[in-house]
Write a protein that binds this ligand. Structure first.
Ligand code: GCB
Length: 607
């Protein structure tokens, strides 16, 4: 799906701002007006509604969250159509125009759109109503434990206990836009390229999806200064000489201009930015542009004060500036696809991204909310009780469709910490991993982020993926405050992975220790700033011994909001930065380490 862009043939209208809002029952009709409902209040779009409402019950409300606004319609040319587009609505959306249901979308982290049908364009004004439902259960991604409780008045209260360790923020999280496009238009652009062995020449193939027949497709590739470097039509392969590669922290983006012409008349134009780089996994190395890359970076969250999980572009830019400042080069979109705006920023800034679908919580009765689910039944087999296959397939399709052209994306994640050691895991994951491989026009590597329960020998899927990605907490959840034991046990486990899969690189996608800034100790006492440093030092001593260990992404970039539970002190505090992005002591330690570790050539691969 194309990101909305202003061009000679396309206009954009921003529908962000203040909408009417209500939780619970509402039936949009032709004549209904949410703003006149006695329970209606105001809500800003885009944002999570939770923190903005300043009321505990509303913050934790599970069910239908209604948004509505009236929009004055622009005048359209005879040959134009109007599209209503949502960057994301979390988690299930229904969209109504003048009270009529026109679109539905499941999945809270990917865009969707609907063409405004002619009957809605006859008036000057249109009523747009959106229902954002935030229920999660065993059929959705992420996975939630859905419960119904009885209120004292007999009514039902819906509750979702997250089967994951972040607050279930919801609402219209990303921009809402109207855009116009010609009725005969470009629907999608797929850019692939073949680089010569020395990486200096590229044969670029641009596949244009269009609903128009009989129009000429003109293709132009422009460099960053706007100079034309290749041109062609239709199915031509466009050769670019003297390629400037997209490199980590040294981005270079070309523009692929796609135009539809009727004779000499321009019908539609769309510019897609793309970078060229080569990704390969071999001999226990992760190669970018034929050079062994070392991942230095973070698992993150889309999480800021007030905005919750809603798009916060200033925070995104600040985060990536901090990421660069500390000497990092990458992040993982834990645990869901991040905004299109963030992906575009990463492309431009040369930040390497591991891209993840919202497949988190695929571990029955695991739950970070250990205390809340203390009275749970005996766990059954995850792969018997989860009914997430359909949602999972859809999430993979939509993620690849959205992010396929991004140079920053170097690997796909099929799931974070699923129960990959339980019977049925292989049968569940094999087709999903294959789906990524079938869909991705750039054939990027695919991984599954492994949980500590699925140790080498127990895990049932690692042979199907390209890179062994581990979330490990030796010195925190295991060997708590026992860093010498932590090191020994970590080394033992890593060596075992390498013995089983000598050609696959191994990296950490999570490791970390909760740390409360301002807490200090002469000794290695957990939660202090000193312990956080000692913890990382112990882990790094082991990483540095192993030639096949190709990356360290810490958990987490910043402290973030979670559900309330015994093991969380107003959120998860494993951030190197606080939730307001103030550095903890450990930031200096990381900056020293990461500015001395080169992006390329730090590890030699196999030993
Ligand atoms: C994990 C999860 C992450 C948690 C983290 C923690 O393994 O992937 O979502 O927040 O551990 O801090 O416990």
């Amino acid at each position: 799906m194309l990101y909305p862009q202003l061009s000679a043939t396309r206009k954009i209208y921003n529908l962000n701002g203040v909408w009417s809002f209500k939780q619970g029952a509402y039936q949009p009709t032709k004549d209904s007006l949410l703003s006149t409902d006695t329970e209606a209040e105001l809500m800003v779009v885009p944002t999570s509604f939770n923190d903005v409402l300043v009321d505990k019950d509303k913050r934790l409300f599970i069910g239908d969250n209604w948004y509505e606004r009236l929009v004055d319609l622009p005048q359209l040319q005879e040959n134009e159509e109007l599209v209503l587009r949502f960057g994301s609505v979390t988690h299930q959306a229904k969209v109504y125009l003048d009270g009529e249901l026109v679109a539905e979308h499941k999945g809270g982290f990917t865009p969707f759109e609907v063409v405004v049908a002619p009957q809605f364009l006859a008036k000057d004004q249109l009523k747009v109503t959106v229902c954002a439902n935030n229920e999660l259960n065993y059929t959705t991604l992420p996975v939630g434990n859905y419960i119904e409780k009885k209120n004292p008045d007999g009514s039902i209260k819906k509750v979702v206990k997250e089967n994951f360790d972040f607050f279930n923020y919801a609402g219209i999280h990303r921009p809402v836009k109207f855009y116009t496009r010609p009725k005969a238009h470009i629907e999608d652009v797929v850019v692939t390229y073949e680089l010569s062995e020395d990486l200096t020449t590229a044969d670029v193939k641009v596949t244009v999806l269009s609903n128009a027949s009989g129009l000429e497709q003109r293709l132009t590739i422009l460099d960053e200064t706007g100079q034309i470097v290749a041109q062609g039509t239709g199915n031509d392969v466009l050769t670019v000489q003297g390629v400037r590669l997209w490199e980590p922290l040294n981005a270079y983006l070309y523009t692929c201009r796609v135009e539809l012409f009727d004779g000499e008349q321009l019908i539609d134009r769309y510019d897609e930015a793309f970078g060229m780089r080569k990704i390969e996994v071999k001999a226990a190395q992760f190669l970018i542009n034929n050079k062994p890359f070392y991942f230095k970076g973070f698992g993150k969250h889309e999480d800021t004060h007030i905005n919750g999980r809603g798009l916060n572009e200033a925070a995104n830019l600040m985060d990536l500036n901090l990421l660069k400042e500390i000497g990092a080069n990458s992040f993982r979109t834990s645990h869901y696809p991040y905004s299109e705006e963030m992906m575009r920023l990463a492309d431009r800034m040369g930040i390497v991204v591991i891209d993840e679908v919202p497949a988190v919580g695929l571990f029955q009765n695991f739950s970070a909310a250990l205390d809340l689910l203390g009275d749970k039944d005996e766990p059954e087999n995850t792969w018997k009780v989860m009914k997430t296959k359909e949602a999972h397939e859809q999430a993979i399709c939509e993620l690849v469709n959205r992010d396929k052209n991004h140079a920053c994306v170097v690997m796909w994640v099929v799931a974070n910490e699923p129960s990959s050691h339980e019977e049925g895991a292989r049968e569940y994951f094999e087709p999903l991993i294959q789906l990524y491989r079938d869909l991705d026009p750039q054939n990027r590597p695919v991984t599954l982020v492994n949980i500590m329960n699925a140790l080498p020998g127990k895990d049932l899927v690692a042979d199907l993926i390209d890179v062994i990605c581990l979330n490990r907490y030796y010195g925190w959840y295991r060997d708590h405050a026992e860093l010498a034991d932590a090191k020994n046990n970590l080394r033992k486990e890593l060596e075992e992975w390498h013995r089983l899969y000598p050609d696959k690189p191994v990296m950490f996608t999570e490791y970390g220790a909760d740390t409360l800034p301002g807490y200090h100790s002469m000794w290695d006492i957990p939660y202090t700033e000193e312990y956080q440093c000692d913890y990382y030092q112990a882990n790094h001593e082991v990483f540095d011994e192993l030639p096949y260990f190709v990356g360290e992404q810490v958990w987490n970039f910043a402290d973030f909001e979670t559900n309330v539970m015994l093991i969380r002190v107003k959120g998860n505090h494993k951030g190197l930065f606080s939730r307001t992005r103030e550095p903890k002591q450990v930031v200096r330690f990381f900056k020293e380490r990461w500015t001395t570790i080169p992006n390329f050539g730090y590890k030699s691969g196999k030993n």
